[in-house]
Write a protein that binds this ligand. Structure first.
Ligand code: ZN
Length: 148
């Protein structure tokens, strides 16, 4: 069984992405048609049971992109690689709030006319997202509609 995807010379690794979230990150970063990307899905992880993994060649995330990606990659490790060496490593945490990305499941919510704004909170394994406009609280891991 192969657990590893080939090492990359230059680029970034996003490891320990919550299972199922790699797709959102690919869409969010619009990677589909641009860069060589190694995608690992449903890989066994001692810490998480299963995880996703992305290796993107010749790529760096801007702080703004990292902020957005963290909505889907809370707890993940972001590493920047140069000549096969890790030159920067960041453990991603859930941002306190996020604009635009989350679509409020409440169809009558006024946020659909604006840029959505959600407050994010983690409490142990519970991750909640509260809409700034209608104030409904959602389980972040159960949300499926995003503007990416
Ligand atoms: Zn709302």
């Amino acid at each position: 069984m192969t657990k590893k995807i080939g090492a990359i010379a230059n680029g970034v690794n996003l490891d320990h992405i919550p299972q199922g979230n790699a797709w959102y990150i690919i869409k969010l970063l619009k990677l589909e048609r641009k860069f060589p990307v190694g995608i690992g899905l449903n890989l066994p992880s001692q810490r998480m049971g299963f995880k996703d993994l992305l290796k993107i060649e010749n790529y760096r995330l801007t702080p703004e992109q990292l902020h957005k990606v963290s909505v889907f990659a809370y707890g993940a490790t972001y590493s920047e690689i140069e000549n096969y060496e890790v030159v920067q490593k960041i453990q991603l945490t859930l941002p306190a709030s996020i604009q635009e990305i989350i679509v409020c499941p409440n169809h009558r919510c006024v946020s659909h006319q604006y840029k959505s704004l959600f407050k994010l909170r983690s409490n142990g394994d519970n991750l909640s997202a509260q809409c700034h406009y209608c104030e409904h609280n959602y389980d972040l891991t159960k949300l499926t509609e995003f503007k990416l």
